[in-house]
Design a protein around this ligand. Structure first.
Ligand SMILES: [Zn+2]
Length: 443
């Protein structure tokens, strides 16, 4: 519990995670070679909240396309062994930038081709380094804790556009948490926005944080000695609106235009954060309490061997995916029938509940949760803890398309989810969030 001055111990730490060697980048299957350089350095950052007596929580955010479940579990286990912090009080998020290194077992079918042993060795090495770095910044953030004040509010930002349907649903909310020290100096800002980090659109093969990286840079430039942490909401079906703008002729011209747009979106986010920091905020006086659950999300009916063989004959991405599954059958390996999906929540007393959904979650989930729970006290995050693929709502699953099931092959999942996936996720959110956050019925 906080003392009567509402002071809560908070520590932040960050580390540069930019590889100093060429490496395959995750996010676009069309990239066939290792990275060609660095546009912007990328970071992992940690935020530790609460004293040892409180039972602290730690959130990490990593500039990467997607953290595999096993990697997050490994870091959490190491942190637990060294500090006693339990799994429910540790969360790892990622910005989903499509211009950061591949990690071992992260959307490993993205290229629809085997990666060479030399390239794979670098990916494995980077993954080992990242695991160590994530552990190190967690311990550093815990060491750096000092009395702070926490406050939050919700801004609005409009560059996310539904990428499936013109004028389709989006979540333009921009929850902002600010952490100031006992003297009132801003120390850290945590912001979340529901949009793909794909402004660059694979127009190049360089390392970059995309709009989230530029937003963090701009916030930190405007507030020296502040650490800006960005996490991503339910933006699986949202792209930056600049993706829909016309492009000039020429590869270099397209790259320069997209880079300018990434900076523009980052600046817009940083400006809205500035605006929010100047507004009245809602203060937080409790250290969060974490809850962590897993729910099994079943796949639809698996293809038969004949169907796998027919697909393998097609070649291309579908053929590669089928060939890999036939190899598994040949080797006597079982094909997965479901995934274990992690769902986590942190509740700051009765002031705020933050939900961390895993992977690429479509906007329908956050819009539904904001109807079922008090949306003035709810912060819905996604792209946390694991990266098994897109998590479609029932609407998107029925509509099909990329987020409805088409993208599953790039994640190495055997097929789309079975109907009912939305309710399984929503029911589990109801298990991890206290009933006091439910919308009160008016009758
Ligand atoms: Zn994505």
């Amino acid at each position: 519990m906080a003392n009567r001055d509402n002071l809560i111990e908070v520590g932040v730490a960050q580390i540069d995670i930019t590889p100093d060697y060429p490496i395959r980048l995750n996010g676009y299957g069309s990239r066939r070679t290792e990275s060609e350089g660095i546009i912007q350095r990328i970071y992992a950052k940690a935020l530790a909240i609460g004293s040892d007596d409180d039972g602290p929580v730690v959130m990490i955010t990593v500039e990467n396309c997607g953290l595999p479940d096993e990697l997050t579990e490994e870091v959490s286990e190491r942190v637990k062994n060294k500090t006693g912090i339990p799994r429910e009080n540790f969360v790892a998020c990622y910005t989903h930038t499509h211009s950061a290194p591949c990690l071992t077992n992260s959307a490993s079918f993205i290229f629809s081709a085997d990666i060479s042993p030399e390239e794979q060795e670098k990916i494995d090495r980077y993954t080992r380094h990242l695991t160590n770095w994530m552990e190190a910044i967690t311990l550093e953030a815990l060491t750096k804790r000092e009395p702070c004040r926490l406050a939050w509010n919700i801004g609005e930002l409009s560059f996310a556009k539904n990428r499936r349907t013109e004028g389709g649903p989006v979540d333009h909310s921009l929850p902002v948490m600010q952490i100031t020290d006992a003297e009132g100096t801003l120390r850290a800002v945590w912001v979340s926005y529901a949009c793909h980090c794909t402004t660059l659109a694979g127009a190049d093969n360089h390392i970059c944080g995309d709009w989230a990286g530029f937003a963090q840079e701009d916030i930190q430039k405007a507030h020296p000695n502040v650490t800006a942490l960005i996490t991503i909401g339910c933006g699986a079906d949202a792209n930056p609106e600049s993706r829909m703008r016309p492009m000039p002729e020429g590869k270099q011209e397209v790259f320069e235009t997209r880079l300018a747009y990434a900076k523009e979106h980052g600046k817009a986010l940083a400006e809205e954060v500035k605006h929010q920091l100047e507004r009245d905020t809602k203060s937080i006086s409790d250290v969060p309490k974490g809850v962590f659950e897993r729910v099994n999300l079943p796949f639809d009916k698996l293809p038969t061997r004949d169907e796998w063989e027919a697909r393998a004959a097609q070649g291309g991405a579908i053929g590669y995916h089928a060939k890999k599954h036939l190899e598994m059958l040949e080797n006597g390996q079982a094909i997965k029938t479901d995934i274990s999906y992690p769902i986590q929540a942190w509740t700051f007393g009765d002031a705020l509940a933050v939900v961390f959904l895993a992977s690429e979650v479509v906007v329908d989930f956050s819009l539904r949760l904001k109807k079922e729970f008090d949306n003035t006290r709810l912060w819905v995050g996604a792209y946390a803890n694991a990266f098994p693929g897109y998590i479609p709502s029932e609407r998107v699953l029925a509509e099909g398309g990329y987020e409805g099931g088409g993208a599953m092959i790039y994640f190495g999942q055997p097929t789309r989810f079975a109907p009912g996936v939305e309710q399984l996720v929503i029911d589990t959110v109801h298990q991890v969030l206290p009933a006091e956050f439910l919308v009160k019925s008016n009758n």
